[in-house]
Design a protein around this ligand. Structure first.
Ligand code: AMP
Ligand code: GLY
Length: 424
């Protein structure tokens, strides 16, 4: 089978690496990919937001399955576009249709879904500029710190947590009346602050049946000790050491099953991954967010732990046949450490030559923002540049291995967190 992966980060490289191992794979294409994916398949330089361009490539290369990595094409309706087109209708798209993608694309939609299906989450209310004053009143009923969330997609920046009531009111005003996050903050969710430790769970579902994928914890802040600005993710660990059997069982019973059942009750078709962002409060799982895709860098630790053939699982998803699927998971720990450009997540330079990645033996190297120049050199091409993933019997050893491998890699202004796993 010919497969197209949409996306260009570490997540897509890790998925490409895994699909490449499938006996069911014929040709692999990645749009647009990076310097890592091009060693596994053909990178296609197309605009992934222009679905007609995607269609052209899919027909030209006889692609039969499309896996959508990032959320934006899903929220913009790439799956619906395929279903509405006679020539594309029978091609499997892994990733939900536009309506279901609102689980990630609209926090209000996700909150209403969770309330409807009794899925534990923080108490909340939503506001627009028409009822700004009610928003102030609601803030006054809450305790500090105050959690404000832009309803729509804001590239991971739409959640603001403030200790001070006046600051929270000013922020709410800015989000609603000045549309600080554009369309995304036309509606703002204010919710109760939850204090606890976070982790994420992932499933692959055909809308009725699902398989559990390995869980993971990511490190979002740029600075050591979880300080500084939020990033896309600076590292991840799987499995999560504090997620014991009892806690995982609670997650399955109270969150995962009600979510999949809720989709069915609401008649919402769903084929693809669901990412559950969870926080543990008094030993109970609460949902902080849903994503309608895999996480990055979580994928760089989740996918390597899957022993089963991922392409077979994806085909079963496309064919509504996950009921009979089994998934085998590697018991070992996997960690990843992200190498990022100096300055990220604020302004940073691109085009720095990366050295040393070809000779790493003890770790897997997943490229994120990289590209190759005409001399064959690998250059930085984004904020997050390389994920260094290692397997060991426990996560501490795996971390040592990744940090040792990193000693051999360099580029100008390279930065990374030296304390992934410090908190566990
Ligand atoms: P989100 O974009 O919804 O994942 O939120 C980003 C981050 O904000 C989460 O990973 C949490 O660390 C934090 N966060 C979101 N909602 C809450 C909440 N209700 N209480 C505490 N922290 C939160
Ligand atoms: N690492 C968080 C995300 O992919 O949303």
């Amino acid at each position: 089978m010919n497969v197209l992966i949409i996306g260009s980060g570490g997540r897509e490289h890790a998925i490409a690496w895994k699909l490449k191992q499938s006996s069911k794979l014929n040709q692999l294409f990645i749009a647009t990919g990076n310097a890592g994916t091009e060693t596994l398949g053909t990178n296609l330089n197309i605009n992934i937001s222009d679905f007609k361009e995607v269609k052209k490539a899919v027909l030209e290369y006889a692609i039969k399955l499309v896996l959508v990595g990032p959320e934006v094409p899903l929220v913009e309706g790439i799956h619906d576009f395929f279903l509405a087109d006679e020539k594309l209708r029978n091609i499997h798209v892994i990733g939900p249709q536009k309506y279901a993608a609102q689980l990630e694309g609209s926090k209000e939609f996700a909150k209403e879904f969770m309330q409807r299906h009794n899925i534990p989450t923080a108490a909340y209310k939503s506001f627009t500029k028409e009822n700004l004053n009610e928003g102030f009143d609601f803030l006054e009923t809450l305790k500090s710190p105050y959690v404000l969330k832009a309803d729509g997609l804001a590239a991971g920046k739409g959640v603001i947590i403030l200790p001070n009531l006046q600051e929270a009111k000013d922020e709410l005003t800015d989000m609603l009346t000045n549309e600080k996050f554009g369309e995304a903050s036309k509606t703002v969710i204010i919710e109760e602050f939850l204090d606890g430790i976070e982790m994420s769970c992932f499933i692959l579902t055909d809308g009725k049946n699902y398989v559990n994928l390995p869980n993971a914890k990511d490190y979002k802040r740029i600075g050591e000790g979880d300080k500084g600005l939020n990033t896309g993710g600076m590292g991840a660990i799987s499995p999560v050491p504090f997620a014991d059997k009892e806690y995982l069982q609670k997650i399955e019973e109270r969150v995962i099953k009600p979510t999949v059942l809720g989709l069915q009750k609401d008649n919402i078709p769903y084929k693809g991954f669901i990412f559950f962002g969870l926080i543990k409060v008094d030993n109970e799982p609460m949902v902080i967010e849903y994503n309608c895709r895999m996480g990055d860098p979580e994928t760089e630790v989740v996918i390597p732990r899957i022993k089963s053939d991922l392409l077979e699982l994806l085909i079963a998803t496309g064919e509504n046949n996950l009921e009979n699927a089994a998934i085998e998971i590697d018991e070992r720990s996997v960690v990843t450490v992200m190498l990022v450009s100096g300055g990220y997540p604020e302004a940073y330079e691109k085009g720095k030559v990366i050295s040393g990645v070809e000779n790493i033996e003890d770790s897997l190297i997943f490229h994120a923002g990289t590209k190759r120049n005409s001399n064959g050199e690998i250059l930085t091409n984004g904020g997050r540049v390389i994920a260094v993933t290692s397997f060991r019997s426990d996560y501490k050893e795996a971390l040592k291995t990744s940090y040792n491998s990193i000693k051999n890699i360099s580029f100008d202004k390279m930065n990374y967190r030296k304390d992934i796993g410090f908190d566990l």
